[in-house]
Design a protein around this ligand. Sequence first.
Ligand SMILES: Nc1ncnc2c1ncn2[C@@H]1O[C@H](COP(=O)(O)OP(=O)(O)O)[C@@H](O)[C@H]1O
Ligand SMILES: [Mg+2]
Length: 214
Amino acid sequence: MSVVIACLSQKGGVGKSTLARLIAWTYASAEWQVKICDFNTKQLTSVDWVAQRMAAGHKPEIAAEPYSSVKGFRKEQFDLLVVDGRPDSDNSSLEIARVADLCVLPTGLAIDDLKPQVMFANELRSKGIPRERILLVLNKITESAIAVTEARGYLRSAGYAVAETDLAAKTGYQMAQNAGRAIAETNFTSLNERADELAAEIVNRVNELPRIAA
Ligand SMILES: Nc1ncnc2c1ncn2[C@@H]1O[C@H](COP(=O)(O)OP(=O)(O)O)[C@@H](O)[C@H]1O
Ligand SMILES: [Mg+2]
């Protein structure tokens, strides 16, 4: 049975696809067989990205396919399924969260991003998803240390774990992804290290949790 890591949020543009690709790339680099299950069937961002990787000959290979349900997950032969969620989909998100070993919820620093993500996490909790299977990640942060501290405080007081490593808004991250690369494969060592740190945290967290049989 595959490990399942799901990147979810009801808002678009917060970093689901970015984190899904980072996670997929990290495990694939450790020689896991990885598939991204792209639930954003309108945009297929991750499917396109994988096609771009293939065309450019980037290694390691990562698979991706459009998905609209988790029904086939049990039969998958991959070591890891990374769900790239789609926005505005309570029901599909819940269905995904139920089979996910870990739900990764990216959010920006603005209260406009934080609040809906907390409400979404609360919704998952109310439907029986355990707190420890939810990890918030601060993405697209700016220089303001105060804003970061406040955002962390907000999420923690709502009862959620927040990744220690957050991701700055960087053109380098954007450009890497435009070129079919993960955010740990940019041209900038410091950016790659940061992305690697975040990925390591996610991997550690997954390793600490008992496996869910998808
Ligand atoms: N930390 C970051 N720095 C710069 N650009 C980012 C960062 N995170 C995401 N982006 C960019 O922001 C846009 C939205 O991110 P994406 O991961 O596609 O969000 P979602 O899948 O939640 O809609 C994409 O163009 C992506 O490349
Ligand atoms: Mg997306």
